[in-house]
Write a protein that binds this ligand. Structure first.
Ligand SMILES: NC(=O)c1ccc[n+]([C@@H]2O[C@H](COP(=O)([O-])OP(=O)(O)OC[C@H]3O[C@@H](n4cnc5c(N)ncnc54)[C@H](OP(=O)(O)O)[C@@H]3O)[C@@H](O)[C@H]2O)c1
Length: 228
């Protein structure tokens, strides 16, 4: 269990539904919270490494990094219903935004975590990125890019443990949450819909309960480990 309070946090994707709620919850806990977004005073773009490097410099040393960015649909991009719908540009965009962008944030932010004491790097993945759990098919680009993200985080967690044995790098599933990202698909949501605030509270409670032994894992909003 975590017993050290979060001092300084960097939220990437703080304009998003879940990202904004995570930032507000951390502020309510008294953490100094830096809200990085595509626009606003602390800008970055997932597709522009130089902007991420600049954001990281502005962040300085932080003990908590939360990556709340992601893409399921965009103008001209919808989740594929079948292999026939595979389009290289859409697949490339899914990987750029869901896997490569968060990996670049890790590249520039992991060195900014302290070498001693509790430190957290968490990124929002999605349960549908579990390879073992995939029994429905479809959503190929989103699923594959989240599976790639999960693997990247597992690898980074191994390096991070060499830097700081108390540090944690994990992927999280937020549940189905009422945001712009899920809007077109909410009717087919298997279970209830969370508000962003509910999801953020659950995710922060999950992180509070994780220790170094759990680093590299993939966890749902109820704390359960999700198979890769
Ligand atoms: N909502 C759900 O039901 C659900 C379920 C499972 C997993 N997730 C995951 O949770 C994460 C957050 O999703 P959300 O539901 O909060 O969606 P959201 O409200 O649409 O937020 C997405 C965030 O990603 C940012 N973003 C997109 N492209 C970017 C880029 N090129 N550069 C920088 N930022 C960029 C958006 O910035 P702008 O505001 O500038 O567009 C926004 O802050 C995603 O990874 C998603 O896959 C969500």
């Amino acid at each position: 269990m975590s017993n050290s309070p979060i001092r300084r946090a960097a939220i990437f994707g703080a304009s998003g539904g879940i990202g904004a709620a995570i930032a507000s919850a951390l502020e309510a806990r008294g953490a100094e919270t830096l809200r990085f977004g595509r626009s606003g005073p602390l800008p970055f773009d997932l597709t522009d490494e130089a902007s991420i490097a600049t954001a990281a410099e502005r962040a300085g040393e932080v003990d908590f990094v939360f990556v709340a960015t992601g893409m399921l649909h965009a103008p001209g991009i919808a989740p594929e219903k079948s292999v026939a719908a595979i389009a290289p540009e859409a697949l490339a965009a899914s990987f750029a935004l869901n896997a490569i962008g968060p990996a670049l944030i890790a590249k520039h932010m992991l060195p900014r975590l302290p070498r001693k004491g509790r430190a957290v790097f968490a990124a929002l993945s999605a349960r549908v990125g579990s390879i073992e759990d995939n029994r429905l098919g479809g959503w190929h680009g989103y699923r594959a890019s989240k599976a790639a993200l999960n693997m990247l985080i597992r690898g980074f967690s191994i390096e991070l443990a060499r830097r700081n044995r108390e540090a944690l790098a994990v992927a999280l599933h937020p549940g189905t949450v009422d945001t712009a990202l899920s809007k077109p698909f909410q009717a087919s949501a298997p279970k209830g819909l969370f508000t962003s605030e509910e999801s953020a509270a659950r995710l922060l409670a999950v992180l509070d309960g994780l220790g170094p032994a759990e680093t590299g894992g993939f966890y749902a909003h109820d704390g359960a480990a999700i198979p890769f």
